[in-house]
Design a protein around this ligand. Structure first.
Ligand SMILES: *Cc1c(COP(=O)(O)O)cnc(C)c1O
Ligand SMILES: [Zn+2]
Length: 461
């Protein structure tokens, strides 16, 4: 039996354009090379005309999405391109650069939920993706648009980004897939070995610069403003369009019901903006009828949003981010700050922070229940734990944590934790390898001791 692909109303003409987030007049084609409002220099956002989308009913859209999801109708089996009409209708299918991103599994964290007092806790494993992070969701849209523009004769010799490690890995992978040169700017010695190797393997021009992410960002903005090189950072709001499919996919996976609370780690704050954007668009078209509460979690060492939250978002001060194990969110001057604050206000948002010890212990505790967390997911989990304890989250609420990268990218973080090498941390769940001679008695004794400590560990929380 073949599964029938369903199609939306053929008369609909989908329209999306860039507009200024501050409402300056003017509209720009998604095929223009433009990242900022020419009038106020602030960010742009992609605005979709809801009318053509409403020409297909919500029930029909749900059927259409389900008929495409995880199937082989190129490119609609992708979690992003299965929602193409809502994401980026301007790219021809033949120019789409996809690794079949999206469709990441929802892990039912039954054990962790039980330990922490939640009945309905889920982890959206966005790191189960081609390059190992959620960045693939946005990068497929951006690189597809570059391919489309090159196809139409625009002179775009390369695509460039500054990165804390995952954007660069994703950009390099998608550019290699498309045969387009990629340039990545990395803060020297501030990304994991796995993250450094990814762009090298994909043949990207990789620059290790003696600064932090914010310093790399300043340089890439100069380079891309003068040399026809296309900017792949999330100030380019095409990325947000792809990333917002996380919200669509979550609802789809829950049979189109909306979770109560979503916890997401934030650095440059593009992803929390995208998450909100997805829900707002679904609501505007009638796919859902309510919004979840959104909680953004920051590392205490890079917490400019948290500081602003404490002041009721009445002001915002960029900061010099301090070193944190959550390297992908070590950002003091987030590009998408205004978008994020707007989303948090609309979604009854909370911002919570996690110390180095809290993020490491939360990641390790959750790993013991079958997850394999990156430090940023550790930040989100630590924040969740605090909010449960404070009574901000109720035991019967459906809670989803957005896990942003695969733990395998952060082997160094885990190795040092399990060797108890972090000076100011207890490393309560450290589980170092037991070295024993190849003798039966000694092996047996070591096993018995191991079982004792294991049982003690499982009962601690
Ligand atoms: C990029 C990234 C984040 C932060 O996302 P923003 O959009 O910058 O807030 C969090 N975790 C991981 C693993 C990332 O790669
Ligand atoms: Zn403007």
């Amino acid at each position: 039996m073949t599964f029938p692909l369903k199609n939306p109303n053929p008369a609909a003409r989908y329209r999306a354009a860039f507009r200024c987030i501050n409402g300056c007049p003017g509209e720009y084609s998604l095929k223009d090379v433009i990242y900022q409002c020419p009038k106020c220099q602030d960010l742009l956002e992609v605005v979709h005309d809801p009318e053509p989308l409403r020409m297909t009913s919500p029930a029909e859209w749900k059927d259409i999405f389900d008929s495409r999801f995880m199937r082989t109708y190129w490119p609609y089996g992708s979690g992003v391109w299965g929602k193409k009409e809502f994401v980026c209708p301007d790219v021809l299918d033949e120019n789409i650069v996809s690794t079949c991103e999206g469709g990441s599994n929802l892990f039912w964290a039954e054990q962790l939920g039980q330990k922490w007092g939640l009945k309905d806790l889920w982890i959206k494993l966005c790191g189960n993706s081609h390059s190992g992070s959620f960045k693939d969701l946005g990068m497929t849209v951006l690189v597809s648009m570059v391919k489309q523009m090159r196809h139409e004769g625009k002179n775009i010799p390369a695509v460039a980004c500054a990165s804390t490690g995952d954007t660069s890995a994703s950009l390099a992978a998608y550019c290699a897939t498309a045969g387009i040169p990629a340039i990545v700017f990395l803060p020297k010695n501030k990304v994991s070995t796995a993250q450094l190797v990814q762009p090298l393997a994909h043949g990207a021009i990789t620059l290790a610069i003696d600064t932090d992410f914010d310093g790399c960002m300043a340089i890439v903005r100069q380079i891309t403003s003068r040399n026809n090189i296309y900017l792949a950072n999330s100030m380019n709001s095409l990325r947000i369009e792809g990333q917002k499919t996380i919200s669509f996919e979550l609802c789809q996976q829950f049979d189109w019901s909306v979770p109560d609370v979503i916890v997401i780690p934030g650095g440059n704050l593009g992803n929390v903006s995208a998450l909100g954007q997805g829900f707002l668009q679904m609501k505007a078209v009638g796919l859902i009828d309510r919004l979840p509460r959104i909680i953004c979690a920051q590392a205490e060492h890079a917490n400019p949003l948290y500081q602003s939250y404490l002041k009721g978002f009445t002001s915002f001060e960029p900061q010099q981010a301090k070193s944190t194990l959550a390297t992908a969110i070590q950002i003091g001057n987030p590009v998408s700050i205004k978008k994020a604050i707007r989303v948090l206000k609309e979604f009854d948002g909370i911002v919570e922070q996690a110390s180095e010890e809290e993020l490491a212990e939360a990641a390790a505790e959750a790993d013991l229940t079958g997850l394999y967390n990156c430090p940023h997911t550790g930040v989100a989990l630590a924040a969740l734990k605090k909010l449960i304890r404070r009574g901000e989250i109720q035991p019967d609420q459906r809670v989803v944590v957005i896990s942003t990268a695969h733990g395998l990218k952060f082997t160094g973080f885990k190795t040092r934790y399990h060797a108890s090498e972090y000076q100011d941390m207890e490393c309560r769940f450290a589980n170092p390898p037991i070295e024993v001679p190849a003798k039966y008695d000694e092996v047996r004794d070591a096993l018995l001791r191991g079982l004792e400590t294991r049982n003690a560990q499982f009962s601690k929380s």
